[in-house]
Design a protein around this ligand. Structure first.
Ligand code: ZN
Length: 236
């Protein structure tokens, strides 16, 4: 076999391996991202609810205080009602009592609504606390497992890179440049096998005469369609 072609085939095998390793590396790095985003979302909602809870608690305390004050006021006014003889004053007092009672009813239903909302919120806060706690644990486990995986991939990449450097040093620089150009335009695959007369890079059928020339290996041949470097594979 033409030595140069043999080197190119080997280079292609290393480059394909490198490409695969880089893809794996990227996907491994990507793994915890989704989980982290999910966890951040849960924490954000949790913090918001906790703030809301704090405010609602303050509002409720205030309403309860207003309610107690209102009731005390009603009691005082009612006592005064028993003492007042003047009809006009009596009416005015009764009106005041009515107003106070209405206000208290409103405060009561507000307090009730606040209590119901607080119940729902407390439940959700519990759920979110549990969820983010679990997610934090999962993320830590994932990060730990990933650290080992990343290390293994990095070592494999460095090893492939070293053998790539060694291999490409033995290839004619013009040819290497052409190889690089094809690879960059053809998704990293610059060298393709021809099987049963078909370029495995672009699936085009090549003329039989051309296939014979490729088989003879007296020169480097390029696919007329995809321009990849071709070699004949009659193994099947
Ligand atoms: Zn082709």
């Amino acid at each position: 076999m033409l030595e140069e072609l043999g080197r190119l085939i080997e280079l292609q095998a290393i480059d394909s391996e490198l490409l695969e390793l880089q893809r794996t590396y990227a996907s491994v790095m990507e793994q915890p991202r989704a989980l982290r985003l999910e966890m951040e979302g849960a924490i954000q909602e949790l913090e918001l609810l906790q703030q809301e809870d704090q405010q609602a608690r303050e509002t409720r305390t205030q309403s309860e205080r207003d309610l107690a004050e209102g009731e005390a006021l009603i009691r005082t006014k009612r006592m005064r009602l028993n003492l007042v003889r003047n009809e006009k004053e009596l009416q005015a007092l009764e009106h005041e009592v009515e107003m106070l009672k209405e206000r208290n009813q409103r405060l009561e239903s507000e307090t009730l609504a606040l209590m119901e909302a607080a119940e729902q919120r407390t439940r959700r806060i519990g759920e979110l606390s549990e969820l983010s706690r679990r997610q934090r644990g999962e993320l830590a486990a994932l990060e730990k497992a990933r650290a080992g995986e990343v290390e293994t991939i990095k070592i494999a990449i460095a090893r492939a890179q070293a053998s790539r450097d060694q291999k490409s040093a033995a290839i004619d620089s013009d040819l290497l440049q052409r190889y690089a150009m094809i690879a960059s335009r053809r998704g990293g695959l610059a060298v393709a096998a021809v099987r049963k007369g078909i370029c495995q890079g672009c699936r085009m059928r090549l003329p039989p005469q051309f296939c014979n020339e490729i088989r003879r290996q007296t020169a480097i041949h390029f696919c007329t369609n995809c321009h990849r470097i071709l070699y004949c594979d009659d193994s099947e």
